[in-house]
Design a protein around this ligand. Sequence first.
Ligand code: UD1
Ligand code: PEP
Length: 426
Amino acid sequence: MDRLVIQGGHKLNGHIPISGAKNSALKLMVACLLTDQPITLTNMPSLADTRFLAQLLETLGVEVYWPKGSATCHLNAAELKSTIAPYDQVRKMRASFNVLGPLIARSGHATVSLPGGCAIGARPVDLHLQALEAMGADLKVEQGYVKAAAIHGLKGAHINFSMPSVGATEHAMLTATLAKGETILENAAREPEIEDLADCLNAMGADITGAGTAVIRIKGAESLTGTTHAVMADRIEAGTYAIAAAAAGGDVTLDGCPVEALGAMIAKLREAGVTVDADEAAHTLRIRRNGTHLKAVNLSTQPHPGFPTDLQAQFMALMAIADGTSVIRETIFENRFMHAPELSRLGADITVRGQEAIVKGVRQLTAAPVMATDLRASVSLVIAGLAAEGETVVNRIYHLDRGFERLEEKLTACGAQIERRSEDEE
Ligand SMILES: CC(=O)N[C@H]1[C@@H](OP(=O)(O)OP(=O)(O)OC[C@H]2O[C@@H](n3ccc(=O)[nH]c3=O)[C@H](O)[C@@H]2O)O[C@H](CO)[C@@H](O)[C@@H]1O
Ligand SMILES: C=C(OP(=O)(O)O)C(=O)O
């Protein structure tokens, strides 16, 4: 299994290009199931998750042409050969569950394994299922699979989500594009990836308004067409490198950065004493910290436009070396502090109490071997390793490869000393 070896204490200086967003790309790929015409996605991040989803789509009969090293992926679901999404292909990744609704819309029935994804909480799919049932699907959950049929087709519905869920909003939106009549989603999630998906679906002939707000209206169409769509830039990747630059110190500019989607994170970095120059028009974010001390700041994760849960672990690594005590509240997932004990191995002083982590900043972190537990937790350990004194080894990094494209290359180009080693090399 691969590990990352980081020699800490080097400042980061230079430019980092931001890749396409994993969490957008995955749902955009699923959209290909809604049409028998070709879809082309550009700015595609080549990640374990996106490659893995491509395999699931191939199992369903989608022709995928996505050469290694290319950021352009062609998907053609002219004919589906299966409506079964097996456990082994769904368990690793949350987004793959979103094939359920589109398969029902296209074929009238589907059998899809319950999903996996990062182990950061219970993560039920009740809201997904309620939305599909409201649209007329008959559902049974048996032996870990959802078995679904809509013999009379899907119909538009008025769905009021009990809480905003990114996945359930996207799932309902994808499905409703081919349902008969109008669907209204209330208390919908407002994450930017939902707007990106709506833009692509509208280019395919769907009629969606309100994406990015809490009320989304979808007028169902008879059929959708092919299109070409550029995946939006990854706000979580961008936020991660911004926090890394703040932690290690230096002067880093993020190119192709979705600045407008990062307001809450930029505000917290500034509050912590980091110099941030944001240029929305140029899509750049420059982060500078040369010598100034970091200040402890409190934060609470919130649905967009609040501070994203997917940047909480990274910000905790930063607060571990700030002056003072910060309180970090996780309100989205009930078990998303698994990085805290690993950060403590590097000398961080963190106490977890329920949904809160109390982080008392220390002057200096010191290197240690650590274990990556989930995607964003893994990268928080990389950030801590960059700031720590000595050689930090981050073990079990397959999680990182799910969501960060060419991480070592991007950081090394800015002066980080970080190297991937596989067990056979040691
Ligand atoms: C692939 C992808 O895009 N993943 C993102 C997506 O995950 P995901 O779509 O799984 O996250 P949700 O927004 O659905 O989850 C938010 C909360 O709602 C709960 N919930 C969700 C669905 C449901 O049917 N019932 C229910 O109770 C969840 O357990 C969680 O507590 O949004 C999260 C919140 O921004 C991010 O951390 C993930 O990176
Ligand atoms: C939690 C994440 O992914 P998933 O929803 O696929 O588990 C993430 O991207 O941080």
